[in-house]
Design a protein around this ligand. Structure first.
Ligand SMILES: [Zn+2]
Ligand SMILES: [Zn+2]
Length: 530
């Protein structure tokens, strides 16, 4: 059986092994053997060493040069007989340089599957279906200038360790994912987003590099340093997982960092048709035919400052309250007054709430849009992130849930109970005699808790939701079970003496007894009227 370059194989039986995120190991699908992350990395290191030797030996049989561009620094490999005088990436003149160094060549390659004519047709199709865009009108004149290149990339495949910091909370969440096939662009000159647009590539077609692939093709040599490569790798790995982490944590205000220390890294060449002329840039995937075109101009995105959001939220909230009170009372003046007082409280709450966020001013950010064709539908799939929590001193895979319907109902019920506590007690006292119920008896209570409850709900309720997710554990039968921290209930002597002090040592006890008596009076008045 032919082995695929990017696949990890079981050392016992030779079948492909898949990565299992919860156990952080590769598992053989055939015999069930386990392959540790370090073993997997070692397996591919062996392949790279053998390949490197092969390339070194075979380079002698080919007359290859690499030329360097004066302007942008691009290094391009060409055959000795090819006349290439200007740089295809910036248009400046090329300086002929020495023979090619074997170490500049990656060990693996995905060969071109689409011939230049097909690639031009794909770009033509893109222009046809985007005929109203300026980019399409300009591109049409240049379609014949589309040129094929093997571009240098780094394939990253393997486990990724992610940590996500909530900007509006105090916790950091950790999760593990798996990168199926992340290709990191190793060219300085080429637009990263444009190249991302024509991905994905099918890595099953990855084959060992051979100089035969260069015949009639141009190869670009990697020209970014290791530090930039690491930075790009971390950024791309975290951006791959950003949407699914944002989805679980229910916010986009998170700072995600990725560590791909356990992943397999392979320098590869990918087949790409590329065209660039000033601001106009297009790329066509040489394997799938997916086209990607960069917008000629920047798009602008607008951000609102936090205090602006707070004011808008207050206006909306007050308008709703005012409308609701007016519906019941039909008294415009008093409903305006009540809504106005509540608005003041609400504004304080929302200002507190939103002030945690990072945006303090009106801001405009700009970026280039990338237009892609739909052809070449190799689906880009990513494994769902698995979150880990320390449970009984062991890192355990869990499912986190934040705003579940049950939790919302729980919080609303709690607020309702607090708000109507004397009324509820009064109903029990008078035997649910709604006719004798006098809501006015609890007026003082309402005055205190009508503003307090929304403050609690907005500030502490949301923080509680965000910082204390419900944690579910995987069970053997595949179902989830909610994990609750065991609260060891021990009756401490301290609690009893504290309680006695509150009740019987003045001056605190006076306030406590005043509160208790007021509550009893309120309940009585509410239950039986004045
Ligand atoms: Zn096996
Ligand atoms: Zn150049």
């Amino acid at each position: 059986m032919e082995q695929k370059i990017a696949t990890i194989y079981c050392p016992s039986c030779g079948a492909p092994a898949r990565f299992d995120i919860p156990s952080q190991r590769y598992l053989c699908g055939y015999c069930g053997s386990k392959v540790e992350i370090s073993e997997a990395v070692e397996q591919k290191r062996g392949f790279r060493k053998i390949q490197r030797e092969k390339i070194r030996n075979s380079l002698k049989d080919f007359k290859l040069f690499h030329t360097v561009c004066d302007g942008c620094g691009a290094k391009i490999v060409i055959e000795a007989n090819e006349a290439l005088s200007t740089c295809p990436f910036c248009g400046k003149s090329l300086v002929r340089s020495e023979y090619l160094h074997a170490d500049d060549m990656p060990e693996s390659v995905i060969p071109f599957r689409i011939v230049p004519e097909e690639a031009k047709e794909k770009l033509q199709n893109w222009c046809d279906s985007n005929r109203n865009r300026t980019e399409a009108k300009q591109l049409r004149k240049h379609i014949d200038e589309l040129k094929g290149f093997y571009l240098p990339y780094e394939l990253v495949r393997g486990p990724v360790h992610l940590s996500a910091d909530r900007m509006d909370g105090s916790r950091t969440y950790y999760c593990e994912g798996f990168l199926e096939n992340e290709f990191i662009n190793r060219s300085k000159q080429l637009d990263n987003l444009l190249l991302d647009g024509m991905e994905p590539f099918d890595i099953d077609e990855l084959t060992p590099f051979d100089f035969g692939y260069i015949a009639g093709q141009r190869v670009k040599i990697a020209d970014i340093n290791d530090r930039t490569l690491e930075e790009r790798t971390r950024n791309e790995s975290s951006s791959v997982y950003a949407p699914s982490i944002q989805n679980v944590l229910e916010t986009d205000k998170i700072d995600i960092s990725a560590d791909v220390g356990g992943a397999i890294r392979l320098p590869v060449l990918l087949p790409v048709y590329y065209f660039t002329d000033g601001e106009l840039m297009a790329a066509v995937n040489g394997q799938t035919g997916k086209a990607s075109v960069r917008a000629l101009k920047d798009s602008h995105y607008y951000f609102l400052p936090w205090w602006f959001k707070a004011i808008v939220a207050t206006i909306v909230f007050s308008a709703v309250i005012c409308g609701a009170i007016f519906l019941f009372s039909k008294d415009l003046v008093s409903s305006l007054c009540i809504a106005g007082i509540l608005a003041l409280f609400f504004l304080i709450v929302t200002l507190c709430l939103y002030s945690d966020t990072v945006r303090n001013s009106f801001a405009v950010s700009s970026g280039r849009k990338i237009f892609t064709s739909e052809s070449g539908k190799t689906v880009r799939s990513i494994a769902d992130p698995v979150f880990f929590e320390k449970i009984e001193n062991k890192e355990t895979p869990v499912v986190l849930k934040f705003t579940t319907p049950l939790r919302i109902i729980e919080i609303i019920l709690l607020c309702f109970t607090v708000l109507f506590l004397p009324v509820i007690v009064a109903l029990f006292v008078n035997g649910f005699d709604f006719k004798r119920l006098e809501l006015g008896g609890s007026a003082v209570w309402f005055c205190i808790f009508v503003p307090v409850v929304p403050i609690y709900l907005l500030k502490f309720g949301i923080v509680e939701l965000h910082d204390n997710p419900w944690i579910y554990l995987y069970q053997d039968n595949g179902r989830l079970k909610r994990y609750r921290k065991k609260h060891e209930f021990r009756f401490k002597k301290g609690i009893l003496s504290d309680l006695l002090r509150i009740l019987f040592v003045p001056p605190l006890s006076l306030a406590v007894w005043f509160g208790i008596i007021s509550f009893i009076v309120m309940v009585y008045l509410t239950a039986f009227g004045f």
